[in-house]
Design a protein around this ligand. Structure first.
Ligand code: AMP
Length: 256
């Protein structure tokens, strides 16, 4: 089983004994094959791999989403054990926020639209916790998914702006066979909804349709899309299906 570390001090003591390259994969747990692909990549490129599991309250704009977020530490550790990951960093709220979130990191340009427009405060919470985690772990490389593309762009921007000495590695989105991007929130979809949700990928990757036409096609088929936009050479979307909010994005060069 991976060794569970609860505090920055405990990790520092462990790290002092390691003379290794360290790869770091930050997560909120409820791990699926998308997370595990990041961990596998980290294991290939580093001698020691740390996976953090922390459901970060400051990045949830919706308290019900935070309450409903599945906490599955034991199952997560078993999955990490099966691929031989070394450490799990699993702090609590008070450990991560000794200042009670009175210190924050924000970006004021690329965080203002898409996710930033529909999830007030989300990116400030996300950047703040990622900076804390990068500082605590002191990894050589940290691995993030392209699934959360705007998040990835903001993290890369923060790391450059603040001269953080960890290299950010972007990893491709893992999908179900029907195209649905893997996500912890998919657990809240029924089987029927999961099948239906594959339409999101289908329309998003139909480059014969404009962004507006994709939005209209989603509306007609029972989604409640918040945005469909082209940016950074990708088409990005967020859409609700029932009470689950799905996000996805596709590089434009995948045009068929
Ligand atoms: P989360 O636990 O949702 O905060 O995600 C932790 C990391 O896993 C983030 O860097 C995500 O972008 C990444 N991730 C989540 N889903 C996927 C996926 N389907 N494919 C690849 N990476 C993913």
């Amino acid at each position: 089983m991976p060794i569970i570390i609860k505090t920055p001090t405990e990790w520092r003591k462990t790290q002092e004994k390691l003379n290794h390259t360290i790869g770091f994969v930050p997560t909120m747990g409820n791990l699926h094959a998308g997370h595990l692909a990041l961990v596998e990549r980290a294991l290939k490129e580093n001698e020691t791999v740390v996976v953090s599991i922390f459901v970060n309250h400051t990045q949830f704009n919706d308290p019900a989403d935070y309450d409903n977020y599945l906490r599955t530490l034991d199952e997560d550790c078993s999955k990490l054990d099966a691929i031989n990951a070394h450490y799990v960093f699993n702090p609590n709220k008070d450990t991560m926020y000794p200042e009670n979130y009175e210190v924050q990191v924000s970006e004021n340009t690329d965080s203002e639209f898409m996710e930033g427009q529909f999830r007030q405060g989300h990116f400030t919470g996300m950047l703040t916790v990622v900076l804390k985690l990068l500082n605590i772990i002191g990894a050589d490389k940290a691995y993030f998914g392209e699934k959360d593309f705007q998040q990835l762009k903001l993290i890369q921007k923060m790391v450059n702006a603040l001269f953080i000495p960890t290299e950010i590695i972007a990893c491709p989105t893992m999908r179900e066979e029907n195209g649905l991007a893997l996500s912890s929130r998919n657990n809240r979809l029924t089987d029927d909804e999961k099948n239906h949700a594959s339409l999101l990928y289908k329309y998003l990757s139909d480059f014969n349709l404009s962004d507006l036409e994709v939005k209209e096609a989603l509306e007609k088929t029972g989604f409640r899309p918040e945005y469909v936009e082209t940016k950074w050479g990708r088409r990005l979307t967020a859409a609700w299906l029932g009470d689950v909010r799905l996000i996805d994005n596709i590089p434009i060069q995948e045009r068929k």
